[in-house]
Design a protein around this ligand. Structure first.
Ligand SMILES: [Ca+2]
Ligand SMILES: [Ca+2]
Length: 451
């Protein structure tokens, strides 16, 4: 069901797909959220952010409290379920209360931030080397450079870590920690007019521009969506929120291929319980896609996951039956949102979570409450119709997962086509252009059948 639903050049548009249609008409079956493991203070408590995957069956994250010193842990849990294990505990001097999620490099090292602790008790940027049990302070926050980083870090191709500081340096900052530096470099400062109090992590587009939200500031004092262009030291406001378009965005945003931006606000909307919004590319406007009205969720502060077919997935920290929060799925094509409520036992109050998906379309995240000790869980959500991109199939120029004579025809009939930043029909070696290299790729992979 999953792979048959892919809406990209490899599949005809008409193949969209029984599974997705069942979900968007509300007749979904087989949706479930289960706790993979519960926090118990010893292994952590009250996680704020979501998890990262290592691709080998393990999830990693941080908790704000719990652990050996009670001020937070870095934990791991198998995707298959089982005990949550603290890999490391914070000790105040090396960080206290990690809130933003982790980033993981190819070597398996983990990087994150704490909102308190460190030499000035204004937070740190830390690393945990693969296999290590004590976090290393990479840089500590100061008031002048910005402090209390709330959001997840972004790691660029040079290994520099970019983040947002919620306060200090004006009304918060965008900072960068270069390898070898022990103080974050202030790249840009928020001034209220261009946003204030960022809580979101940063996401990059294909050009290296970074995007995020601020909780307040902007034209109406209700927050902004901002952009930092490559090399820039000035923050560009892409859109300011107002009373009608939402209020107080906390979470990270996500972009589609056209440059449209999607996110959530914590407040505002029809009943002041928050919104799901879109900033159409180049519009300067906020379009409310959905208002949360408690029954379908309330007060989201997390980020969004966008699947290969453009569906958006997120969580709200409250609302839904029992007011434990919901997991939602929104289809921009139809405008239909479906929600699934947490029950407490499988988690309650998912906070600043950006969901992650595995190759089978299962979703993972955390909740700050619920579970066996009511200090949170790591959950797995199944059956939500996440469309997963098929892995590349070199030589397959026409997208039918088999390399044969038809692919030669696909190369010739698309000769000279260019696909900026992507791939398309005829591009058998996936380098974004259709030329002699693709004839070669077809011949080299002749007869291959991709799974
Ligand atoms: Ca083919
Ligand atoms: Ca090519």
């Amino acid at each position: 069901m999953m792979t048959a639903c892919v809406r990209d050049w490899r599949f005809p548009a008409g193949s969209l797909c029984a599974g997705a249609l069942l979900l968007v008409t509300g007749a979904a079956r087989g949706q479930a959220i289960t706790a993979l493991g519960s926090f118990n203070n010893t292994n952590g408590a009250y996680p704020w952010a979501g998890v990262v995957r290592d691709g080998a069956g393990h999830l990693y994250g941080v908790t704000q409290l719990g652990g050996a010193s009670g001020v937070g842990t870095i934990f791991t849990v198998p995707e298959a379920g089982g005990a949550i294990t603290a890999l490391a505990s914070f000790s105040q001097l090396n960080g206290e209360t990690p809130r933003g999620g982790l980033v993981r490099n190819a070597a398996g090292d983990l990087f994150g931030t704490t909102i308190l602790g460190g030499p000035q008790n204004r937070g740190v940027v830390f690393g945990l080397a693969s296999g290590a049990t004590v976090p290393t302070t990479l840089a500590y926050c100061r008031f002048d450079t910005g402090n209390s980083p709330y959001g997840s870090l972004f790691m660029d191709s040079l290994g520099a870590l970019w983040g947002t500081a919620n306060t200090g340096g004006g009304f918060g900052t965008i900072f960068r920690v270069d390898p070898g530096s022990d103080v974050p470099a202030t790249i840009a400062s928020f001034t209220f007019a261009n946003g204030a109090s960022p809580s979101s992590g940063l996401v990059a587009d294909g050009s290296g521009a970074l995007y995020g939200t601020t909780q307040s500031g902007g034209a109406n004092g209700r927050g902004v969506v901002f952009k930092l262009s490559p090399g820039a030291s000035d923050i560009t406001v892409l859109a300011s929120f107002d009373a009608n378009s939402g209020d107080e965005p906390w979470g990270s945003v996500v972009l589609d291929e056209q440059g449209n931006i999607y996110g959530t606000t914590n407040r505002g909307g029809a009943t002041n319980n928050g919104t799901l919004f879109k900033v159409p590319a180049g519009s300067g406007m906020v379009v409310t896609l959905q208002s949360f009205i408690v029954t379908n969720g309330a007060a989201p502060i997390g980020g969004l996951l966008r699947d290969a077919a453009g569906h958006l997935f997120g969580v709200t920290q409250a609302g839904g039956l029992g007011d434990h929060g919901v997991l939602f799925r929104y289809d921009p094509a139809s405008g239909v949102m479906t929600t699934f409520a947490f029950s407490g036992g499988n988690g309650s109050a998912p906070r600043g979570v950006t969901l992650v998906a595995d190759g089978a379309g299962n979703l993972y995240g955390t909740t700050a409450l619920g579970g066996s000790s009511n200090v949170g869980v790591v959950f797995k959500a199944t059956g939500f119709g996440v469309v997963v991109s098929p892995p590349p199939c070199p030589g397959d120029a026409d997208g039918n997962r088999t390399v044969n004579f038809a692919d030669i025809n696909a190369v010739l009939s698309n000769w000279g086509a260019v696909y900026p930043g992507g791939s398309g029909p005829g591009d058998a070696n996936l380098d974004g252009v259709v030329n002699f290299g693709d004839v070669s790729a077809v011949l080299t992979n002749w007869g291959v059948v991709c799974p």
